[in-house]
Write a protein that binds this ligand. Structure first.
Ligand SMILES: NC(=O)C1=CN([C@@H]2O[C@H](COP(=O)(O)OP(=O)(O)OC[C@H]3O[C@@H](n4cnc5c(N)ncnc54)[C@H](OP(=O)(O)O)[C@@H]3O)[C@@H](O)[C@H]2O)C=CC1
Ligand SMILES: O=CC(=O)O
Length: 320
């Protein structure tokens, strides 16, 4: 008999066919909203889950006694209690590598957009306010040659360093658990303590995972260490930052600008003070959101799940 998979992310017809070739599939549209009840109803039959953006807590897992594997369509695994999944004997997989370059592109788009005030000034042009040549009031700040500070020198951090070093001639400094000699050699980069990076970098980019250790890593004290010309970029997770402290730092001119793809609460609330600030570029968690990369992530998740359900070791097993 075929195993049963609950799908809570829409797949392309080709990938759905590949999945249905081996397993029974039930599709639940957007489990975060009305369909949560349908998800609960279907969990007792599920051997596998495939999707993203769902906080898979113990109450949901208790409903799924037959569960063998969860394939997350994301590299970040902060929505899962990994120890609890392991205790239950459930394999968790993610989708690293296939999204690295695209997410680094998003990070660099935020670097450029904040420094050159692209969104603010494009909005100003659309509003019919471009009536004479622009002057210093509308100038931005250079990106090339400035110091790029990367917090979390993993796959995405390294792809960002590549863009900064080779594309924009930027000195690269980074903070991670350990120094990365290959990165130092390739990009002329330097490993340093967090406080040193915050003091020295012109662009401070967060590219680390959300864990117990990184929750609230950047707060009022850290913003005080940054200079008033610093630009802060977050493509990691909103909860790595104390959002109230970030708002204060932006409102008081403690830092120059912020480019934010992730927020403490998502979707970000429409009345968030962040959205009222001209020096904020906010995007809706689109780090990996291109047609090509989302398809590659979904393919990776399908492969991982099918391997796990066949009893094989999936390529991207998070809890071996
Ligand atoms: N905005 C978006 O749409 C996307 C966001 N992301 C986010 O980006 C994160 C990173 O992805 P990826 O680069 O593939 O992951 P990696 O695991 O390759 O890299 C993460 C790096 O963070 C470092 N790190 C972890 N904890 C700390 C800490 N406490 N202090 C300093 N450094 C730390 C690690 O350093 P070390 O190696 O020294 O241990 C590691 O190199 C994901 O977990 C996800 O949250 C990912 C994709 C898209
Ligand atoms: O935020 C996206 C991810 O893949 O993690």
């Amino acid at each position: 008999m075929k195993k049963h998979v609950l799908l809570y992310k829409k797949l392309s017809p080709a990938l759905l066919a590949r999945l249905e070739n081996e397993v029974e599939v039930t599709y639940i549209d957007d489990p975060a909203s009305d369909s949560l009840a349908r998800l609960r109803e279907a969990l007792p039959q599920a051997h596998g889950l495939l999707g993203a953006s769902l906080k898979l807590d113990a109450a949901l897992l208790d409903l799924a006694p037959q569960l063998e594997a969860v394939a997350s369509v994301s590299v970040g695994v902060d929505n899962y209690d990994i120890a609890d999944l392991s205790r239950r004997g459930v394999k968790l997989t993610n989708t690293p590598d296939v999204l690295t370059e695209t997410t680094a592109d998003t990070g660099f788009a935020l670097v450029l957009a904040t420094a050159r005030r692209v969104v603010e000034l494009a909005t100003w042009v659309r509003a019919g306010q471009w009536t004479a040549s622009v002057g210093p009031k509308h100038f931005g700040t250079d990106v090339h040659g400035k110091t790029l500070g990367i917090i979390g020198m993993g796959r995405i951090g390294e792809a960002l360093a590549q863009r900064g070093h080779f594309g924009f001639n930027m000195p690269v400094i980074y903070h991670s658990h350990s120094a990365k000699p290959a990165v130092d050699q390739r990009f002329g980069a330097r490993h340093c303590a967090l406080d040193e990076l915050l003091r020295e970098a012109d662009f401070i980019c967060l590219t680390l995972p959300l864990t117990k250790e990184t929750t609230g890593l950047i707060g009022a004290r850290e913003f005080e260490l940054m200079g008033e010309d610093s630009i802060f970029i977050n493509i990691s997770r909103g909860k790595v930052v104390d959002e109230q402290a970030l708002i204060r730092a932006l409102q008081t001119g403690q830092i120059r600008a912020a480019g934010l793809d992730v927020f403490e609460r998502e979707p970000v609330q429409t009345d968030s003070p962040l959205l009222a600030l001209d020096n904020v570029v906010a995007t809706p968690h689109i780090g990996s959101a291109t047609h090509e990369t989302r398809e590659a992530m979904a393919r990776c998740a399908v492969d991982n799940l099918l391997a796990a359900l066949r009893g094989e070791r999936p390529q991207n097993l998070v809890n071996p």
